[in-house]
Write a protein that binds this ligand. Structure first.
Ligand code: UN1
Length: 496
């Protein structure tokens, strides 16, 4: 396939990195397939992009929000028309199977339509004043230039969760896509431009974290930063931004538990486990990475799960029938391999998989066998630390209380799932599971864009994407209008 050279988007112009450096976007299913050559940017490019965004902010913030939203509606329509092409390109650069990359584009379409509706809402508040002939309200104002750092696992959906609410609110943006998957961000932003977004309102700077991400976080004209990625990098981002009190929205890791009770529909739980653990090759922050099994059904469930996991068809996500694509890069393979080793050393049993696939059709890519680990106990590292690969741990329990305690006994708190037919247990779990998301009779993945998305503990720092994103991308301005024609002193003239 043709190699294409892509540039940064700065002030509406496509420009190479000032240094001339580039990075290669490679197909993880076939390393001989170079998807594109992208700029490897540094602080100089970031400064130009931020300056362009700052300039554009002066006019974009004054465009009426319903007009800003019209561009998002149009972008949603264009994405629908381009869905198949963008899904194909996403599978080529990221690896996950076509059904899932179509879903990723669909999530951006959903986000476009959902957020565009905010153009006619962006609700503020009006409240009575304590003084006569005085009007009080609070309105949402844009923040300014927003810096965005996006991950590779949802290369179009997650940038859309950040860009669309920021744009409808009147902000301008500089986005750094993940170095493994810049093309999907380019496709998303190209669509916005085709939908009529003015130059400079969104700028793309592609490159690596230390060279391009860090200067974006630190730039004084970047007023807020939205980051999705690992907790290790997120901590770094937060600390750098804290130096000048910059708000940061962090969306990070998970170690998501699915609890299967003895009254559950086991076939349903099995389907859910396979989809939750091995969908996106386990590379979701919401992936099911711990399956907590009631001791009564543990043996039967384990046998069936292992057989089904071993039968999953691993391969190039562009090929029909393939269920699990490659991992995104060699580093992820190393992480999966290392964690399987740590688990085995701590006493876990490898029930299926456990290693990279390197022979025959797998020789040119980064594939890892769907892996199920048995005899895992809650204190093992494999039960506590994120792998971000097709590796799931099975843990047994006796009571729902014990299961909830195990589910909560980790540093993360993104997603959780419970399979049961008992409504009382379901509502107890909804109340007691420490996580931003709880599913009943569905796996830990599959969040919809119009609900809050995010987690507690080390998964995030309290912000939410989806419903709740506007709270990050706007700042409140309280407005008092006194039409009494005299000086009224709050807290004084209305005193008893
Ligand atoms: C992620 O895992 O980083 O809920 C995002 C889901 C998807 C989004 C996942 N809608 O699994």
């Amino acid at each position: 396939m043709a190699q294409t050279i892509y540039h940064n988007l700065i002030g509406g112009e496509w420009l190479p990195a000032k240094s001339g450096s580039t990075l290669k976007n490679i197909n993880p299913a076939d390393h001989s397939d170079v998807v594109g050559i992208f700029p490897s940017s540094d602080a100089e490019d970031v400064a130009l992009a931020v300056a362009a965004a700052k300039k554009a902010f002066a006019s974009w913030r004054l465009v009426p929000a319903p007009k800003r939203a019209e561009i998002l509606y149009r972008a949603g329509q264009l994405l629908s028309e381009r869905k198949e092409k963008y899904a194909q390109e996403m599978t080529r650069e990221m690896g996950k199977v076509l059904a899932e990359t179509r879903g990723d584009v669909q999530e951006a379409i959903d986000e476009a339509y959902y957020v565009a509706g905010e153009g006619r809402r962006l609700f503020g508040v009006t409240v009575p004043s304590e003084l006569a002939n005085k009007f009080a309200m609070s309105v949402r104002m844009p923040v300014g230039v927003i810096g965005m750092i996006a991950p590779w696992n949802f290369p179009m959906a997650i940038p859309s969760w950040k860009l669309f609410p920021a744009l409808v609110s009147g902000n301008t943006c500089v986005i750094k896509p993940a170095e493994d998957t810049p093309l999907s961000t380019y496709n998303l932003v190209q669509t916005l431009m085709d939908a009529g977004l003015p130059p400079g309102v969104v700028n793309i700077v592609s490159g690596y974290g230390p060279e391009a991400g860090a200067p974006l976080v630190e730039h004084p004209d970047v007023r807020a930063v939205s980051f999705t990625g690992s907790s290790a990098v997120g901590s770094h981002v937060a600390q750098r931004a804290a130096a000048n009190f910059k708000p940061v929205s962090l969306e990070m890791g998970g170690k998501n538990a699915m609890i299967v009770m003895n009254d559950a529909n086991l076939e349903l739980a099995l389907e859910g486990a396979l989809w939750g653990a091995f969908g996106t090759t386990g590379q979701r922050c919401t992936a099911t990475s711990r399956i907590l099994l009631h001791k009564d059904i543990a043996a039967e469930f384990t046998t069936k799960l292992v057989a089904r996991a071993a039968a999953l068809k691993v391969g190039n996500g562009l090929e029909a029938g393939v269920e699990v694509g490659p991992q995104v890069n060699e580093q992820q393979i190393e992480t999966s391999t290392r964690y399987v080793g740590i688990a085995a050393a701590e006493g876990a049993t490898i029930l299926t998989g456990g290693q990279a696939l390197t022979e025959g059709p797998y020789a040119n890519g980064t594939f890892f066998a769907p892996t199920v680990l048995g005899s895992v106990t809650p204190d093992m590292r494999i039960a506590r630390e994120e792998v971000f690969g097709p590796v799931v741990s099975l843990i047994e329990f006796s009571t729902i209380e014990e299961a909830i305690e195990i589910a909560n006994s980790i540093d993360y708190g993104l997603s959780t799932a419970l399979y049961t037919k008992d409504v009382n247990r379901a509502f107890t779990a909804i109340r007691d599971l420490e996580a931003g998301i709880t599913y009943i009779n569905a796996p830990t993945i599959g969040a919809e864009v119009h609900l809050p998305f995010g987690g507690v503990k080390q998964t995030g720092n309290g912000h939410r994407e989806g419903l709740g994103a506007l709270d990050f991308y706007t700042t409140w301005k309280s407005v008092y209008v006194d039409y009494s024609d005299k000086l009224q002193r709050a807290q004084i003239d209305n005193a008893e």
